[in-house]
Ligand binder design. Structure first.
Ligand code: SAM
Length: 204
């Protein structure tokens, strides 16, 4: 499956307010990032950020070095259009997280909500973790939110892999310390409930 073609189609044919993963505010992500990263100059990347308002929330909270990466240009356009002039304060990367070469030791915080769970093969997950290992600086944090083990089995028409906190941490391995995990019941715009797991790790 070509992820770019799939996601471009999604973002050019659907209203962002109607997609199941839509949030009007990224409160839990913001609170967790604020709890581990008080330094507002710290580099933060939102991987697969798409049209999420997390970038708006981070800028409003005073973070000054924010990167949003997504495989879909249309998704990034949604966020850029929404931000208007403030979009110039953000680094935008249109790239496949598995295929691009991110800079070494670049980020203090790596955030991913609802992206890692699309990587259903061990090879994809190993590529993702290798990217995290390279791009997150020692002592930096990794916040990954996936469907929990009682969550949906697919999203956006694609199968997903669901996780418990120990299961998600084990994908990252001993180089990462599990700091904590939280459960969230996400209400979709259509009124359904989706069980999410937020897992926070620190790179040794
Ligand atoms: C379910 S959406 C979640 C969007 C956003 N994180 C949020 O919480 O609103 C998944 C996002 O991951 C992006 N994505 C999927 N595969 C990707 C990949 N291989 N590299 C980068 N982004 C990817 C999609 O374009 C989409 O924006």
């Amino acid at each position: 499956m070509d992820p770019r073609a799939h996601w471009e189609t999604i973002y050019t044919t659907k209203d962002i307010h109607d997609v199941s993963w839509f949030q009007s505010e990224a409160r839990r992500s913001l609170d967790l990032i604020a709890s581990i990263c008080p330094d507002k100059s710290a580099p933060i990347i939102d991987v697969g950020g798409g049209g999420s308002v997390l970038v708006d929330d981070l800028l409003a909270a005073g973070y000054r070095d924010v990167t949003v990466l997504d495989v879909s240009e249309a998704a990034l356009d949604i966020s850029r259009d929404r931000l208007g002039a403030d979009s110039a304060r953000v680094n935008w990367l249109c790239a496949d997280v598995l295929a691009s070469r991110l800079p070494d030791n670049a980020y203090a915080v790596w955030h991913d909500r609802a992206v890692f769970h699309f990587f259903n093969t061990a090879a994809e997950r190993q590529m993702y973790v290798a990217q995290v290992r390279r791009a997150v600086r020692p002592g930096g944090h990794v916040l990954v939110a996936t469907f929990a083990d009682d969550g949906p089995q697919s999203c956006s028409g694609l199968p997903v892999t669901r996780y418990s906190a120990p299961g998600l941490h084990s994908e990252f391995g001993d180089e990462f310390q599990l700091i904590g995990s939280e459960h969230e019941d996400h209400q979709t715009p259509g009124g359904a409930r989706q069980s999410f797991l937020y897992c926070l790790c620190r790179r040794h």
